[in-house]
Design a protein around this ligand. Structure first.
Ligand SMILES: Nc1ncnc2c1ncn2[C@@H]1O[C@H](COP(=O)(O)OP(=O)(O)OP(=O)(O)O)[C@@H](O)[C@H]1O
Ligand SMILES: [Mg+2]
Length: 265
């Protein structure tokens, strides 16, 4: 497993959180999927969200991206309350979610897919931005090449997305997220369905991305979680059971009882 050096704690505490929730709650009818969650994410860190199936992890992401409005509570991103803000506006403010569901164009090349995604932030979709397109195309092409290198797909730049391996397609999805230049990237089970080799590559990529983007990851593989996380948030039954470093979480009795002890999956 790779050697990620956790960021300095003193540095973290001296800085404003990039994301902060307070009493965040989401109900679906009588079911409380996210229950009174108050958590803090420091900039330039990797945070994990772990917990059994149905614990509310993905729902939490859906609240961060604006897919759902909270039933109650606050979400502050870079100091600003974003609860109830539209998904489109939240992306522009810098929260991007990497989807497992492939949302790229199979018949376009890896490079073309990234370039299309990279162009959106420059041009927007409004008619009055149309003249920006000229410079945007060059800029987007530059960005696309840089991103392809970063996700280690530069050697398959001219191959169609459909011809890439499963692992490569997952890298491409991450590349498309990076094209929006996120300040906070959310990844829901980035290693799901991967072979051990693909998993190692994905973990390396995650750590590389974390060098200049804050990451929140939902991950079931405890070895990966313990290895890469600056902070681990344990959810159970909609509630935030504990937050802390890998050591703090390992030694937390409530976590052991509710989650680790029972053996996930
Ligand atoms: N759109 C929805 N409508 C109704 N109930 C929902 C909806 N989304 C999630 N739920 C319910 O909320 C609870 C939390 O679900 P969520 O998907 O957030 O769990 P999770 O921790 O991501 O689980 P998993 O590890 O299986 O992905 C579950 O009981 C789920 O059935
Ligand atoms: Mg989930």
């Amino acid at each position: 497993m790779s050697a990620h050096t956790n960021h300095s704690t003193t540095e973290q505490t001296s800085r404003q959180p990039i994301l902060e929730t307070e009493g965040l709650t989401k109900k679906f009818g009588t079911l409380t999927a996210v229950n009174n969650v108050s958590l803090t994410v420091s900039p330039d860190t990797i945070s994990s969200i772990i917990g059994p199936n149905g614990a509310g992890k993905t729902t939490l992401f859906n609240l961060f991206t604006g897919a759902f409005g909270p039933t109650r509570g606050e979400i502050r991103f870079k100091g600003k309350d974003i609860a109830g803000t539209s998904p489109h506006s939240i992306v522009r403010q810098g929260i991007v979610r990497s989807y497992q569901i492939t949302n790229f164009f199979d018949e376009l090349t890896a490079l073309e897919n990234i370039r299309l995604a990279a162009q959106a932030p420059y041009t927007g979709f409004r008619a009055r931005d149309f003249t920006k397109h000229y410079t945007a195309v060059d800029q987007a092409m530059e960005d696309a090449h840089r991103i392809l290198e970063r996700i280690e797909l530069d050697h398959v730049a001219e191959q169609t997305a459909s011809s890439l391996s499963y692992g490569q397609r997952r890298h491409l999805e991450i590349g498309i997220s990076l094209a929006s230049d996120p300040d906070l990237l959310l990844m829901d089970e980035p290693t799901a369905g991967m072979s051990p080799e693909e998993t190692n590559e994905a973990v390396e990529l995650v750590e590389e991305i974390a060098a200049d983007t804050t990451l929140i990851i939902i991950e079931h593989d405890m070895e990966i979680v313990m290895d890469i996380s600056d902070q681990i948030n344990v959810m159970n039954d909609g509630e935030l059971l504990a937050s802390g470093t890998a050591d703090e979480i390992r030694n937390d009795e409530r976590v052991q009882k509710a989650y680790l002890g029972t053996g996930d999956e």
